[in-house]
Design a protein around this ligand. Structure first.
Ligand code: GLY
Length: 364
């Protein structure tokens, strides 16, 4: 088992990573859950595959455990779901000593984390992510939230978990598209700050796509290490944590413009990373060889979904993104493999050209 510390100012905790860890969760989490009731929040597909082994291990360790289900999918990431879960918690007698466990992907983690942060003014949460996206990104760092009709993640809190338990073996049952989409967030970690991880994607692409257990475990552990170091240094996104938004500036606009129906989040980030690379190249901040390596690494996972978007609409959406401050659009631009820069002075023609470029690629 690999243990990676996260030392955020509000709480320090460990991310435990190991194949088959779900079956040992009672041992791993026993100390944290001692004398506490655990409420496991999950969605039907995850319950069917993984709740039995997880609950069996917790129960064997003497932990009183209750399973709560929420609907699956991004549309469940709203306040109404939080309220329904909270009512169930009250009915089940959950008090301030209860611990919530999020067993699922990013939506389950965000909703459960948010609920834990406000239920009875805040109770503990443990994250047990079951998708690549959640294992390498969403479950670590304490961001929680739900969507509004007006936009994604517009309500939320920072609420660090007591622990994160990552079992890469659960990825075996993930649909291929979802698996691949999560990998873009991991590749992002390589571009931001880990040349070894980036090279792993170049050298072992086939093994990663074929879900070779040893290689996948390394990809996840390296990504977690990068994320853990960033959130330890800047828990509340005052500065450095913004680097994790590489590809997200244009990615969020693409997701919104296609009404969250065309692209998975990771796929939108993939297009966004290609656009950011194009901007970095145009501004002279990145050389063409490195730009080619990044673009090839992104496109090397296979075809991204096609989309029809208007450049002008994307530029308009950039201005209303929650990451935009006082009308100034911030970009994270790669400078070299393993190094990015946060910038706000990208001329609009360059943004337009980058969006045109991905529109062209998205047609082929
Ligand atoms: N997903 C970006 C962050 O956690 O800051």
């Amino acid at each position: 088992m690999i243990s990676i510390p996260v030392a955020a100012p509000s709480r320090s905790y460990e991310v435990l990573i190991g194949s088959g860890l779900l079956a040992c969760s009672g041992e791993c989490l026993g100390k944290i859950l001692e004398n506490r009731r655990a409420f496991v929040v999950t969605v039907p597909p995850v319950r069917r595959c993984w709740s039995k082994v997880f609950l069996k291990s917790l129960t064997a360790a003497g932990i009183e455990t209750t399973l709560l289900e929420m609907p699956d999918g991004e549309s469940a990431k709203r306040l109404a779901t939080l309220e329904q879960l909270a009512e169930k918690l009250v009915k089940q007698g959950a008090d301030r000593n209860a611990t919530l466990i999020a067993l699922g992907g990013g939506v389950v983690g965000d909703v459960t984390g948010f609920l834990a942060s406000i239920y009875m003014r805040g109770i503990d949460v443990i994250q047990v992510p079951t998708t690549v996206l959640a294992q390498v990104d969403a479950a670590i760092g304490g961001k929680t939230g739900v969507n509004l009709v007006s936009g994604k993640n517009l309500l939320g809190t920072f609420h660090q978990p007591r622990a994160v338990l990552v079992d890469p073996a659960v990825l075996a049952t993930l649909p291929a598209r979802e698996y691949r989409a999560g990998l873009y967030e991991s590749l992002k970690c390589g571009i931001i700050g880990d040349t070894g991880l980036f090279k792993l994607f170049e050298d072992k692409r086939r093994e990663i796509l074929d879900r070779d257990p040893a290689v996948v475990e390394k990809v996840i552990a390296d990504s977690v290490r990068l994320k853990a170091s960033v959130v330890s240094a800047d828990e509340r996104e005052g500065g450095l944590r913004q680097v994790l938004n590489l590809g997200h500036t244009i990615g969020h606009a693409l997701e919104a413009e296609t009404r969250y129906t065309r692209l998975l989040h990771g796929e939108a980030v993939a297009w966004g990373m290609i656009a950011a690379t194009h901007i970095a190249l145009s501004t002279g901040k990145l050389d063409s060889v490195t730009a080619g390596r990044i673009t090839n690494a992104v496109l090397g996972f296979g075809k991204l979904p096609k989309m029809k978007v208007q450049t002008a609409n994307i530029v308009k959406r950039l201005r209303s993104d929650k990451k935009t401050r006082r009308g100034v659009v911030h970009f994270i631009l790669p400078r070299e493999i393993g190094k990015v820069e946060i910038t706000s002075d990208v001329p609009e023609e360059m943004i337009r050209a980058a969006v045109d470029e991905i529109r062209k690629l998205a047609r082929n």
